[in-house]
Design a protein around this ligand. Structure first.
Ligand SMILES: [Zn+2]
Length: 80
């Protein structure tokens, strides 16, 4: 009888693992579009090019919340 309960417990754990897996693998193709894990793409305020947030130049005090793809674009914008 104890063995029977043990198998139900194992079956339940296995079932939970099986149910948990597809949910995480389903979410993967969407994040793949954004180049790698959790990398956010931001739009250049000047030319409209999309660049990874860690490579983009922040707009700073003049353009809070905005980004530039390069220093060239940043200078172009601030000179206007
Ligand atoms: Zn740009």
């Amino acid at each position: 009888m104890f063995k029977f309960i043990l198998w139900i417990g194992l079956g339940y754990l296995f079932f939970r693992l099986l149910r948990g897996r597809p949910a995480t693998s389903d979410a993967r193709p969407e994040s793949r579009n954004q180049q790698g894990s959790g990398e956010k793409m931001v739009k250049c305020l000047e030319c409209g090019l999309y660049v990874p947030e860690n490579e983009a130049l922040a707009g700073g005090r003049s353009y809070p919340g905005s980004y530039f793809c390069s220093r060239k674009c940043q200078q172009k914008r601030s000179s206007d």
